[in-house]
Design a protein around this ligand. Structure first.
Ligand code: TYD
Ligand code: MG
Length: 477
């Protein structure tokens, strides 16, 4: 096969072009186009492509079939040893699936996957490809992680099913995969792999895409579940791996506060389960442990105090009790300062405007700081009523009665809108000992709440909700 016409790939967005541009027509970055040596070879590369079936002359047999006759296989799932990870995956790892695990360097991706490999190796064959650390380093970590698990069960030291390969060359990794045919393969990381046939540097868009595509073709053929580790860049994107998002079955992100020990695992895409599922872990000195009662993590713990309100957020199917804290103080600036940690700043602006308009509070003369406890990001509008309560409580220097939770979206007209999964939220609040819940009107959940021992306080508007929650009228002077 001769060399085809030149072909350029943008290293920052992956756009392809037959012509060279100094500035990428796709994303506008400068000097990001790199010539790809032989694009045609890409699609039909070497060993990973199935051999041509017929001799060319024979007409191809039909390959499609009526949907009714397509056999249904029950979806098997492999347990990773972490029920939290299994839940985020949609009930375990699906054989033959391709999962991308992204996160900041140092957040604990290798630790998570090595611990999972350890458990998976008890039930199936696992190949761990370390492209970043030497075999010695991985072994050391494996030992360190093993001591706790080994103390619990017997026979864990017999890890015949776990094979380790420290390699960065794609071709050698593919050969090993083909030779071992493991049930699960972990590639740590996809950015460190390198295809010698491409001229671009490891970690570049073309390398990442090429390596992942080659691995996927082989893995799908031999029903190997692939877990790819991808690093997040400065911009917070799964760079390089961003171009893989359409290719993979699931994208998990592992995030956490650099200053706190807990880590959050989320599914941002999942062909085999729900997205927005959340798994909570804690990094200890012997690896990651699951946090089975994460609500406790996001409750401030200091008890009721002025300017604090508790909400029940829902992450996927998991309700979480979360404390919000507001600080409202007279401004000394021409325009008041507003900051929000863990909640969108525009959402805060909007809630402040609603409070100003519908309760007549002169908040535009006050600075307002809002923080979500525990470093969680709450994106749900269901947090609105809690934000409003925290702000008003701080403004009036009031403490909400102990055991109160607030759930509801705030409309621009000051109305409280209904939210999804309210019953689930109430159950979690009751489980953690809360006794009063301020919720949108018309929930129809009064009997359910009574059975849970919760006093259900329904409100149609923000003023009514806050009077009910605080026990005094915040708008009265
Ligand atoms: P690592 O899994 O190497 O992160 P990533 O693969 O995402 O880059 O985790 C590295 C951090 O975790 C490192 O700062 C040390 C810490 N750590 C622990 O606190 N306890 C442990 O048992 C292990 C293995 C790591
Ligand atoms: Mg790592």
């Amino acid at each position: 096969m001769g060399r085809s016409t030149p072909f350029y790939v943008c290293q920052s967005c992956g756009a392809q072009s037959r012509q060279f541009f100094g500035r990428c027509p796709g994303c506008g970055s400068w000097n990001s186009l790199v010539e790809q040596s032989n694009p045609a070879a890409d699609g039909r590369r070497r060993r990973t492509t199935p051999a041509p079936t017929a001799d060319g002359a024979a007409p191809r047999a039909r390959r499609s079939e009526p949907i009714q006759t397509v056999g249904e296989r029950p979806l098997l799932r492999l347990a990773t040893g972490f029920p939290e990870l299994d839940r985020v995956l949609g009930g375990g790892l699906v054989p033959g699936s391709l999962v991308l695990v992204g996160g900041d360097p140092g957040i604990g991706k290798s630790t998570l996957l090595l611990q999972s490999a350890r458990s998976l190796a008890d039930v199936c064959s696992v190949l761990y490809v370390s492209a970043e650390e030497s075999a010695q380093q991985v072994k050391l970590r494996w030992r360190r992680l093993g001591t706790e698990q080994a103390a619990e069960g017997e026979g864990v030291s017999d890890q015949a099913g776990l094979q380790l390969l420290a390699e960065t060359d794609l071709e050698l990794v593919l050969q090993e995969l083909e030779a071992l045919r493991p049930a699960v393969a972990i590639i740590d990381s996809i950015q460190a792999l390198h295809d010698a046939e491409l001229s671009s540097a490891p970690g570049s868009v073309s390398q990442v895409r090429d390596c992942a595509a080659a691995l996927q073709r082989l893995a799908k053929r031999q029903d190997t579940a692939l877990l790819l580790v991808g690093h997040v860049t400065k911009e917070g994107m799964l760079a390089g791996p961003k171009v893989l998002e359409h290719l993979v079955d699931a994208v998990l992100t592992f995030e956490g506060d650099r200053f706190a020990s807990h880590r959050l695992l989320r599914a941002v895409k999942n062909r085999f389960g729900a997205t927005h599922e959340l798994g909570v872990f804690e990094m200890r000195d012997r690896g990651l442990v699951e946090v089975t009662n994460p609500s406790e993590l996001f409750l401030g713990g200091e008890g009721p105090c002025a300017g604090t309100a508790t909400i029940v957020a829902c992450e996927g199917t998991r309700p979480l009790l979360v404390d919000l804290q507001a600080l409202v103080s007279t401004t000394s600036y021409a325009s008041p300062r507003r900051t929000a940690t863990g909640i969108g700043i525009n959402r805060l602006h909007q809630i402040l405007a609603v409070l100003e308009k519908h309760l007549g509070l002169p908040l535009s003369r006050f600075d307002c700081y809002l923080a979500v406890a525990g470093g969680l990001d709450v994106e749900e509008p269901a947090a609105d009523l809690g934000v409003a309560a925290a702000v008003v409580a701080s403004y009036r220097d009031l403490t909400l009665p102990a055991g109160t939770v607030l759930v509801g979206e705030l409309g621009l007209g000051g109305q409280i809108r209904s939210v999804g999964q309210l019953e689930l939220r109430l159950q979690e609040a009751a489980r953690l000992g809360f006794t009063r819940a301020v919720v949108p009107r018309g929930s129809g959940l009064a009997p359910a709440a009574a059975a849970l021992g919760l006093e259900l306080l329904e409100a149609g508007g923000v003023a009514e909700a806050l009077v009910t929650a605080l026990g005094v009228d915040p708008a009265a002077d």
